[in-house]
Each structure stands twice: as C-alpha cells, then as structure tokens.
Design a protein around this ligand. Structure first.
Ligand SMILES: NC(=O)c1ccc[n+]([C@@H]2O[C@H](COP(=O)([O-])OP(=O)(O)OC[C@H]3O[C@@H](n4cnc5c(N)ncnc54)[C@H](O)[C@@H]3O)[C@@H](O)[C@H]2O)c1
Length: 340
C-alpha cells in the first residue's frame, strides 16, 4: 500500500504511535497538530524512530483556511483524525469548548476533505459511547448511551460520518471505538505525557511510581468483581496504532466502511494494574481505598470478534508489556513536560 495519509493530532499520544506504524507500513504521512497537548520535540523523536523526515503543519482543525492550504499542497488518499480534547470530567465543566473542538473541528475537517475530494476517514471514537453495558463483552451493536459531553461528541461525529456516507456513497469511514490505551513505544522515545494530574489509571500509577504523586486512590473495593475493584479493558497503544493500518487498508483497498471495537476482550482490575506496574518498576506502590466515584461501574470490556473477523485485528501485547514500556518511558525524566 503506498498511499498518502493526513494525520490530525499526530503529535499526541496515540497519534505519534500511529505515525510510526503508518510509516513502517509504507505510507506517506503528513501531520497536522496545533500542539495544544503535545511537545514539539515529538517530531524529532519520530524522526529518530522512523529514520525519515517528518512533515508537519502546525495549525488548528478549526481553521478552514489552514486546512484548505494543507489539502491544496498534498494529494491525500485518506485521513486519520485524532485532533481533539479527551478528558471526560473537563467536558462536563466545559461542554461548549468540547463541542467546538471535537464536533465543529471534525465537521470543518470533513468539509475541507470533501472539497479536496478526499473521502476516506478513520475516526478515533471511544467505547464510552456505549454507556453502562447491558452485556459483556460489549459488541458493536450494543445500544449507545453516552453519559458525558465527551462521549456525546464522539457519537455525534460517528453519526455525521454515517450521514455523509448516506448522502454520497463516495465516502467511506472506519469508526474505531477504543477501550483504554496504555503503554508506550519500545524505544521509550514517545509515550503518554499528561499535562495535569492524569485522568486515566495507568499514567496515574506511573506518577506514583516516579514519586510525583504520593499514592494511588482506588475508588471503591466493593464492586462485583474478583477483588472488588473496577475492571477495564486495557489495550497496548502499539496494538491500537496497528489497528489503524488495518482499518485504512479496508478503506483504501476495499472501500468498506466499518465500526469496530479496538479492545483485547480481557478485563483487568485496578489492583491487577497496580501489581503489574509494581513488577515492572520493581517497587511497592502505595495506595488507599476511597469511596466509589459517581457513575463508575463494576466491569467494562469489549468484544474483539468483529475487529478480528473484519479487519484481521488482534491485540498481542500483554499487560506486562504495557506496564514495562510505560515505566521505561516515564522513568526517563527528559520525557516529561511536568517533571523538574
Ligand atoms: N487516550 C484515550 O484514552 C482515548 C480513548 C478513546 C479515544 N481517544 C481519542 O483519540 C484521540 C487521540 O487521543 P490521545 O490520547 O492521543 O490524545 P492527545 O491529547 O495526546 O492527542 C491529541 C492531539 O491533538 C492535538 N490537538 C488538539 N486539539 C487540536 C486542534 N483543535 N487542532 C489541531 N490539533 C489539535 C493535540 O495537540 C494533541 O497532539 C482523541 O480524539 C481522543 O478523544 C483517546
């Protein structure tokens, strides 16, 4: 496959890992990022990993004129869209901001793509579009009941893609619903680097391991799970990134739209994660059990069958690999924006 792909948000956590896999698969990639949540030196690091020059346009997906210029200067076969905001709690506090970046940003991009005759899009959705599960593992045909502005934003974007396809059959889309991305690249040159106190479990545990946070707070140990703590489906970010190649292949080679989970089908509890991380970093990590958080549920994991059948996708990296690569990444001080 030798095609040219526009990668929005390509300097971010998942985007940078996807960049590496796209280049390894022989694709030509152009990044668009406004660096609102990424360091500029990610680009240097991507050059070290891939051994090739990175092309990046700095700008905002809300800026139609900027997108038109990028599209006029490049003949793309497809776009992979990551640029956006992703913190569930923040979306509750700033729904307008989230709608603008995630929904208006995406529709601005789609309009520019349409104008430029680029109608294949891989979209970074989320398993939170499902809401509380009726059954586990969660299949793609499960009802969608988003419970936050963030999840609602993603569902709106999914709907827009489906409506576009109905209006004009030249569109094709890969909607990928991610479970919980974790881990880092084996080079330790790229990884997750939250700007603030991390919202997600693994980066939080990582900050406890580096000594930047005193202890992990475990929100409830009386759930209906083997050890009483919440169970979630964690997927290695490199596996997740590789899933995008398979999705793109389906669009570019076969023109077949799809909605699939990117999950492992296996759940790990908060304490499983803590123990695995302790093994990776060689330290005992302090934690305290506090009360349940409103809205949290016992368990949440995906059904990976459709991704396997449709895309040939299978996550192969295990929890130890997620923890080890995360630890290798965070324990290098120069990798963090936040550490002295
Ligand atoms: N990380 C997760 O747990 C997770 C789970 C499900 C879905 N997703 C989705 O995947 C995508 C990527 O997530 P991530 O974890 O890599 O996040 P990230 O914040 O690391 O990456 C997003 C990138 O987009 C850029 N960006 C943000 N707003 C922009 C704008 N208006 N114009 C141009 N660039 C902009 C940021 O600078 C950053 O580099 C997001 O859309 C997120 O909602 C993430």
């Amino acid at each position: 496959m030798s095609s040219k792909v526009l990668l929005t948000g390509g300097a971010g956590y998942i985007g940078s890992h996807t960049y590496v896999e796209l280049v390894a698969a022989g694709l030509e990639v152009v990044i668009v990022d406004n660096f609102s949540n990424a360091r500029r030196d990610v680009l240097d690091r991507l050059e070290i990993i891939t051994g090739a020059k990175v092309t990046c346009y700095e700008g905002d997906v809300l800026d139609a004129g900027f997108l038109d210029q990028v599209l006029a200067e490049n003949a793309f076969d497809a776009a992979v869209h990551y640029a956006g905001k992703k913190a569930v709690g923040e979306s509750v506090e700033n729904p307008l901001d989230y709608f603008r970046t995630n929904c208006v940003g995406f529709s601005t991009l789609l309009a520019a793509l349409d104008e430029a005759d680029v109608r294949r899009v891989v979209f970074s959705s989320t398993a939170t579009v499902y809401g509380k599960p009726d059954i586990l593992p969660l299949p793609e045909n499960h009802a969608t009941r988003p419970e936050s502005p963030y999840a609602e934003n993603k569902l709106i974007c999914e709907t827009l893609l489906r409506q576009l396809k109905t209006s004009d059959d030249r569109w094709s889309y890969g909607i990928l619903r991610y479970f919980n991305p974790a881990g880092a690249h084996p080079s330790s040159l790229i990884g997750e680097d939250p700007n603030d106190i991390p919202n997600n479990l693994m980066p939080y545990i990582a900050r406890v391991a580096t000594g930047d946070l005193a202890r992990l707070r475990v929100f409830g140990d009386d759930y209906d799970t083997p050890d009483g703590t919440g169970v979630r489906d964690y997927i290695h970010v490199v596996d997740l990134a590789k899933g995008h190649i398979q999705s793109l292949r389906k669009l570019i080679d076969k023109d077949e739209s799809h909605i699939v989970n990117l999950s492992t089908g296996t759940g790990y509890s908060v304490l499983d994660m803590l123990r695995a991380y302790e093994k990776a970093c060689g330290k005992t990590l302090p934690y305290e059990v506090t009360g349940r958080r409103a809205g949290d549920i016992d368990g949440f994991w995906g059904d990976p069958t459709l991704a396997s059948n449709l895309l040939g996708f299978k996550a192969v990296r295990d929890l130890d690999d997620m923890c080890q690569t995360s630890w290798n990444w965070v324990s290098r001080k120069t990798n963090s924006r936040n550490r002295p």
